[in-house]
Write a protein that binds this ligand. Structure first.
Ligand SMILES: Cc1ncc(COP(=O)(O)O)c(C=O)c1O
Length: 356
């Protein structure tokens, strides 16, 4: 079976883990500090705070930017649920803005009419590895004095006009879950522009303390371990090559999938997509999944239900009122694009899709 995702772990990561185990420092220590610096440098960012997951990175970013109970944050309904649940965690209200059918990302043309007196921030997601329309989102945020939190959990290394994601917003969050473009097992990181927000995040990550056992504010245990960070440091060195292979695999699909029943993803001009997922649109999805499974090709649905239509959100009073998100959710299908694919795998996938 060709899996839909496969982390690539080499001897470098294994040696790094052993180095940490031998050091006796298993929790947050010098490896985390080094990883933060290296990740911030890679993204050209001012400050980085490593966390236990992408979800805690989002939660921490919102807490550190001073957003809280009763505030509204405009976000996309078409994402993994963590991007919106992080808003619920802090007692704020996610306000869902429908997506652009071509890019699957939040539609900037629809954001402005959702802004109210309570709106404090916009939380775009760079879905599947393609950046959201940050130039237009930045303009809207500036006009209404809103903060921006980028959910870059699927977009390590993606760019707009040569500028890396993670530098557009007041904060940007990444996930290092094993299916992502680079991994630490579980893990995440928040990048900040502002020193004050960064310092607050460092405190909140460790139970609100600067000095050991002196707790100034309410905090959590959102820490990454040195074991995770040591894997991340090795993966970060490999990330440019991993992304290149994902892009080469995607190009093979663009050049060779000719079946008119398949809608291929659209990439915006001057946007560098890093293909966390290669997601096509099909009319008869169950049938396509069945046929691809029969020839040992794994697939994934990212995501079958928009967040505003999830049972949790329905119970909170949200309605199924976003027609583009809903239409897309019924048709999307991700096929393997990860760097472990061989030329034979790629040819097999193309043949199977062209024969549908
Ligand atoms: C868009 C998006 N946001 C947030 C997350 C949460 O990250 P994690 O699974 O590391 O908590 C993910 C990862 O699955 C994601 O894809």
């Amino acid at each position: 079976m060709i899996p839909i995702a496969k982390p690539l772990i080499g001897k470098e990561e294994k040696e790094a883990i052993l180095r940490v185990l031998d050091s006796g420092c298993l929790a947050q220590g010098s490896e985390v500090e080094a990883f933060e610096k290296e990740f911030a440098d890679f993204c050209n960012a001012n400050y980085a705070v490593a966390t236990s997951s992408g979800t805690t990175a989002l939660h921490l970013a919102l807490l550190s930017l001073g957003i809280g109970v009763g505030d509204e944050i405009i976000t996309t309904p078409f994402s993994f649920i963590a991007s919106s649940n992080s808003i619920l965690y802090i007692g704020a209200k996610p306000v869902f803005c429908d997506i652009d059918e071509k890019t699957f990302n939040i539609d900037p043309a629809k954001i402005e009419k959702l802004v109210t007196e309570k709106t404090k921030a916009i939380l775009p997601v760079h879905l599947y590895g393609q950046p959201a329309d940050m130039p237009r989102i930045l303009d809207i945020a500036k006009n209404h004095n809103l903060k921006i939190i980028e959910d870059a959990c699927q977009a390590h290394g993606a760019k707009i006009n040569g500028q890396l994601v993670g530098r557009f917003g007041d904060a940007a969050c990444f996930s290092f879950y094993p299916t992502k473009n680079m991994t630490t097992g579980e893990g995440g990181v928040v990048l900040f522009k502002d020193r004050k927000a960064y310092e607050k995040a460092v405190m909140i990550r460790a139970h609100g303390m600067k000095v050991r056992y002196h707790h100034e504010i309410l905090g959590y245990n959102f820490r990454m371990t040195d074991i995770q960070a040591s894997i991340g440091r090795e993966q970060l060195k490999k990330l440019p090559n991993f992304n290149k292979r994902r892009q080469t695999n995607a190009k093979f699909f663009f050049d060779n999938i000719t079946n008119p029943k398949i809608k291929l993803p659209k990439i915006k001009k001057r946007y560098e997509h890093v293909f966390h997922q290669f997601t096509i649109m099909v009319e008869n999805r169950d049938d396509v999944i069945k046929k691809l499974t029969e020839v040992d090709i794994g697939t994934g649905i990212h995501y079958p239900i928009c967040i505003n239509e999830q049972p949790l959100y329905k119970s909170l009073g949200y309605k199924a009122n976003l027609s583009i998100g809903r239409r897309v959710a019924n048709k999307v299908l991700s096929i393997p694009v990860h760097p472990s694919l061989s030329k034979n795998d790629l040819r097999h996938i193309v043949r199977a899709i062209n024969n549908l």
